[in-house]
Design a protein around this ligand. Structure first.
Ligand SMILES: C[S@@+](CC[C@H](N)C(=O)[O-])C[C@H]1O[C@@H](n2cnc3c(N)ncnc32)[C@H](O)[C@@H]1O
Length: 332
């Protein structure tokens, strides 16, 4: 936690304080606790005298009727706000606290929480969502605990392996898909995975080229329906499985070939998963996008037959050296 910047926008802070105030205590949790307290103290007792911390905020216990007014005043006097500065990865990033949007722009956002009892521990989930380019939306989450009254800085600018990426649908032209299959050297023993399969054209072409099995994964239900219909139309439902999922959460260990057309940001997120889960000898072929400092074994430049554009295709192979490095890094 670091000292926060001073805000020169009191009106804005007040509005956000109201918004975040709604988040200080999860309403469902509070309702449940109130019901428990009511059953202990009787249905006629009202007001909170003593606030005690929970992992997410405050929960009150019930006083006698006579003590109610004084207790409320004392509790209010002991309440403090927390001033939170959130650093986000882009000027126009969307910021959410507990899933609720917080208005603002710029790489440093500031808000004040609702008043809560001093010195208690609270926990909030901060989320930044932004577009590094026109076809990618990145999402980063951070759960932060702090003491009420603290000045807090939450840094959402650092890459995190738990970041999530969603990429817009743009299909690979059919002739370029064939070039990707040729670069991967598909054989009858291969199991082909395609994270972000779109309409499944690559995985279908790979199975038609001889692969033993194909798995297409897409986060968009519309694409999954389209892929499934295309697989069925080719009578390949016995050989190709289409899954609705975030491809960064799918086990790839069965794959001997992975086809990608997703973006550099997504590739960097899936790279450690490929290294860890794929067997030695597995190939990864990416349309256009690279893998940071993991240099491809081969890059092919091919001209599209329909549009005369030049397409860049990259091939990587999982080696013993990569697996040894991963094992060393994970402490085996
Ligand atoms: C650029 S298109 C590529 C489609 C196909 N691979 C091709 O080359 O024709 C990206 C596809 O990935 C899907 N997608 C985006 N983010 C995803 C994610 N995190 N997990 C799974 N699918 C995703 C999109 O719905 C879209 O269909």
């Amino acid at each position: 936690m670091m000292a926060t910047m001073k805000s020169d926008k009191p009106a804005f802070l007040a509005v956000v304080a109201m918004a975040v105030g709604l988040l200080g205590v999860a309403p469902r949790e509070l309702a449940a606790r109130e019901m428990q307290a009511a059953s202990r103290n009787g249905p006629t007792s009202r007001g909170f005298v003593e606030a005690r911390p929970t992992s997410r905020g405050l929960v009150g216990t019930r006083p006698s009727l006579a003590a109610g007014g004084q207790a409320r005043a004392a509790a209010a006097a002991a309440q403090v706000t927390s001033r939170v500065t959130v650093r986000v990865p882009a000027d126009d990033a969307e910021l959410l606290v507990e899933g609720q949007p917080v208005e603002g722009t710029g790489i440093s956002r500031e808000f004040v929480t609702a008043p809560l009892d001093a010195g208690r521990t609270v926990e909030h989930r901060f989320t930044a969502r932004w577009r590094p380019n026109t076809y990618t939306v990145l999402t980063r989450n951070k759960v932060v605990q702090f003491r009420t009254g603290d000045e807090v800085t939450v840094d959402l600018t650092k890459n995190d392996p738990n970041d999530r990426a969603q990429i817009r649908y743009v299909p690979t032209p059919a002739d370029i898909a064939q070039e990707m299959i040729a670069l991967a050297r598909v054989t009858k023993d291969d199991v082909v995975y395609e994270p972000g399969c779109g309409d499944a054209r690559i995985v279908i072409a790979a199975v038609k080229a001889g692969a033993r099995k194909g798995v297409g994964i897409d986060i968009d239900p519309e694409r999954v329906a389209e892929s499934t219909a295309n697989v069925n139309a080719e009578n390949l439902e016995g050989k190709i499985e289409i899954r609705l999922a975030d491809a960064l959460e799918v086990d790839l260990s069965e794959a001997t070939i992975v086809f990608l057309y997703m973006g550099n940001e997504f590739n960097l997120l899936i790279r450690p998963i490929l290294w860890k889960q794929l067997p030695v000898g597995a190939r990864v072929v990416s349309h256009r996008f690279t893998m940071g400092d993991w240099k491809p074994d081969q890059t092919a430049y091919v001209t599209g037959s329909g549009d005369e554009l030049e397409y860049e295709l990259h091939l990587w192979t999982i080696t013993e050296a990569i697996k040894a490095q991963i094992e060393k890094a994970s402490g085996f």
